[in-house]
Design a protein around this ligand. Structure first.
Ligand code: CTP
Length: 408
């Protein structure tokens, strides 16, 4: 349908990039990017109208996002064929804008498009050897200045290499190493740099990526204190085992990058860690929240390791203010000895609730006050530790606790 509409307005439209790359490799990908030779905004609006979809437009960049009624999104972009800031060899006048647009991209494997217009519907557009590089399993840049134009491609090269189990081509690898030596990573803006590391940590084979980053000397651009050794590899593997258990057992989605991120930067002291979050341009609220969760986790780990007599209520009170992502981080640094403790926290301790609540205390004749919270918290602790067994006990102990408070 996009092709038909494109014909009507006399433009060419293509599906490009990741979707086509993954299609060739028979990998699912739901990110559809359309490139238009002509004004993408015009086409996107027409398409949205036809589909009863929402469209949000970026006039400056001549891009638009169409959100279909079932929430499926399609990105539309105008082929970028301007001559200024064009890298390496200048394009020839006769080159089509789709060709120039593809030439500006990061790696050959992403420079493939499928034409949507009626006449050539389904035709593969492959000027730079995308299919052959996909077949050869090679990550290759299109020109020597690719990493200089956009140093975040250093991370993308590694991400694609581990995701598809591709090699970085020898010439591309030389350029990549050169870009690292030139410290181009320091020029990447914070939010971009953060996203790149986050995406890498979300990859299934993220440990391979971290290992590559270590070997290329990339990790030290984040901090000199990172310790990514054989030993830490085992801790990451243990973390992944816990995450697996968690996702099967608890069946809740977590931000998987968070515990991995915390483990990667575990050897950074408070000041360094906060500096890193600032380098990543975390906003001040998120930075405070994130750092406080990390340092609460680290302190909790130290206390749990020291404590000889760990009761259920102690576990509960130590973990209750931590988000699950941080509990998983903490569990990883605690190690296998504490594996059962964490499992017990999720499957048993967290499930225990009191049968009575504030209303019941009112019905017993007590006046609501901050004492209620104290009493209910205390009751829960007693229940967690097996002192209280049923509703009758809860009432009995509630009265006892109120008496204790009254008598100071
Ligand atoms: N691109 C680029 N340089 C970058 C980022 C992106 O040239 N630094 C190009 C790539 O060619 C890519 C396209 O822009 O195909 C879209 O980028 P993105 O959606 O990030 O990439 P995908 O290839 O779809 O990757 P993913 O599967 O991780 O979404």
């Amino acid at each position: 349908e996009i092709g038909v509409l494109a014909d009507q307005v006399g433009m060419n439209a293509y599906v490009v990039g990741g979707f086509v790359r993954d299609l060739i490799m028979k990998i699912e990908n739901f990110d559809i990017d359309i490139v238009v030779e002509g004004d993408a905004v015009v086409l996107a609006k027409k398409f949205a109208k036809l589909k009863n979809a929402k469209v949000s437009v970026h006039y400056k960049f001549k891009t638009a996002v169409v959100i279909l009624p079932d929430n499926f999104r399609i990105d539309f972009a105008t082929a970028r064929s301007e001559y200024y800031d064009f890298p390496a060899a200048a394009p020839k006048v006769e080159d089509s804008s789709i060709k120039i647009d593809l030439y500006r991209r990061d790696f050959t494997i992403n420079t493939i498009a499928i034409k949507l217009n009626k006449e050539d519907f389904g035709a593969l557009v492959d000027y730079f050897g995308a299919q052959s590089d996909i077949r050869d399993r090679k990550i290759r840049v299109l020109h020597n200045l690719s990493f200089v134009d956009d140093p975040s491609r250093i991370f993308r090269a590694i991400r694609f290499a581990v995701r598809y189990n591709f090699d970085i081509g020898p010439h591309t690898e030389r350029l990549l190493k050169h870009a690292i030596n030139l410290k181009l990573i320091d020029r990447i803006v914070g939010q971009r740099l953060f996203l790149e590391i986050k995406y890498i940590l979300c990859e299934k084979e993220y440990l391979k990526a971290l290992n590559m980053m270590k070997n290329y000397g990339i990790l030290k651009f984040f901090s000199n204190s990172i310790n990514f050794s054989e030993e830490s590899l085992e801790i990451f593997k243990f973390l992944d085992k816990l995450i697996n258990w968690y996702s099967v057992q608890i069946n809740r989605n977590i931000e998987i990058w968070i515990p991995r991120f915390n483990l990667l930067f575990h050897s950074l002291k408070r000041g360094e860690f906060i500096k890193l979050l600032e380098r990543f341009e975390f906003n001040s609220n998120y930075k405070k929240y994130f750092a406080s969760q990390v340092f609460k986790s680290r302190n909790a780990a130290i206390r749990l390791k020291k404590n000889k007599n760990i009761t259920n209520s102690y576990i509960y009170n130590t973990l209750k203010d931590l988000e699950d992502e941080f509990v998983l981080y903490l569990s990883a640094i605690l190690g296998e000895k504490f594996e059962n403790l964490i499992k017990k926290y999720y499957t048993y301790i967290k499930e225990i609730k009191l049968e009575i609540n504030g209303n019941d205390l009112k019905d017993l004749g007590y006046k609501p006050s901050e004492k209620f919270k104290y009493v209910l918290d205390k009751l829960l602790e007693l229940k967690l530790d097996g002192v209280i067994l049923n509703k009758g006990d809860e009432i009995k102990y509630a009265k006892k606790l109120f008496e204790e408070i009254e008598s100071g």
